[in-house]
Design a protein around this ligand. Sequence first.
Ligand code: GTP
Ligand code: MG
Length: 430
Amino acid sequence: MQAGQSTRPRRAAQRALLIAVAPEQPDLSELRELLATARVAVAGELTQRRAQPDPDRYLGKGKLTELKQAISDQDSNLVVCDDELLPRQERNLEEGVGVPVIDRTALILDIFADHAGSAEGKLQVELAQLEYNMARMRGLWTHLERLGGATGGGVATRGPGETQIETDRRLARNRIASLRRSLDNTRGSREVMRAERERAGLPTVALAGYTNTGKSTLLNALTGSDVGVRHRLFHTLDPTTRSFEIEGRRYLLTDTVGFIRKLPHQLVEAFGATLEEALGADLLVHVADASAPEEDLHQMLAAVEDVLDETGTAERPRLLALNKVDLLDDDGRRELGFRFPDAVQVSAETGEGLDRLRGAIEARFLDTLQTVELLLPYAEGGRLSELHELAGEMEREDTAEGVRVRARLPAATAARFERFASNGASANGS
Ligand SMILES: Nc1nc2c(ncn2[C@@H]2O[C@H](COP(=O)(O)OP(=O)(O)OP(=O)(O)O)[C@@H](O)[C@H]2O)c(=O)[nH]1
Ligand SMILES: [Mg+2]
């Protein structure tokens, strides 16, 4: 099993030494959060200010010696790098220090694997992990072996004249192809659900934002639901949709996976379809953590914009919600107001500002509505209550022929009620 049997000790016994290279003094607080989420203890850190990481060893030669010393001083058995390493850098580092080295990408993939709950989520994470491992063949052997029957893996499957690494690559490629097929199938059933939602004609809103900013808490606060909330990174992986009302009109709200700086591109790709669908909503509410220090907030906002760009959703109508304002004093809030005059300040925890947020969401949609005048025969009572859900407040008058209604509807929905138009036209503008 020369193809890299995993040498990583069991989690609970892991004591990590963190390393990072950057032109400015690296800040490892986020890496520490990731490790806390992965339940790995931190033994210490070693950072280096340098324009570029060393192409072969990531760290400079002198730093590498220091790292070796630190590992033995701090009694650590794992090195975790804040950047994604080139396979060559990773190998050389491992040889240089004599303990396993993992990078930020592997760590994030590991956390995703741990948090994945749904069948689709598991397939997506496995695909991302395999893509990542393909480049380094690290731990791949054990990975495929664990899958057992799924690939018919094992030494016996080695073709004549194939080296172990070739066998591994072939198995990995087969598995990747089979994962892609399974994902295509689950995608099909998701499209059916989406089509149903579209038929319902309700306006859709999606929460997007950095991980741990309170998206799920906000979904709960707005919709009275009880989806899982926790102080850990990437708690939510599967999108959840719930409905809620503003002024009697129903909306659909979707909560989805959070983002992070240097989000592994393998994950963005694997979760692409989920993200596209979730973020394809009529309106995106970008949820940010107002209590983060100015520079961090700035970086987190930029990281989210990057992922939105990557998923092709950057052009969607957008609203910025600055959450956790309960942690700020009056000065802090005022300052934030100056910096982000168009944002809504909220606290999903205390409920503060939620009415303003509802108002802002409603205002975005009201602009796009059409006024329709309809005459619904009494026999069509079902359509009337349907209309009520879509339109919220509406004027109604009972007449001999049926119920006369004046309501404001999204254009697509207005078309569905066309045959009840009482003024000869389906809509008369607003
Ligand atoms: N003080 C304060 N804490 C909040 C607020 N909203 C959420 N939190 C806390 O922030 C943490 C993360 O909340 P979640 O709702 O799980 O955040 P998320 O954005 O869904 O996180 P992921 O799913 O992991 O990306 C939890 O510990 C919440 O209790 C808020 O308005 N104020
Ligand atoms: Mg969440």
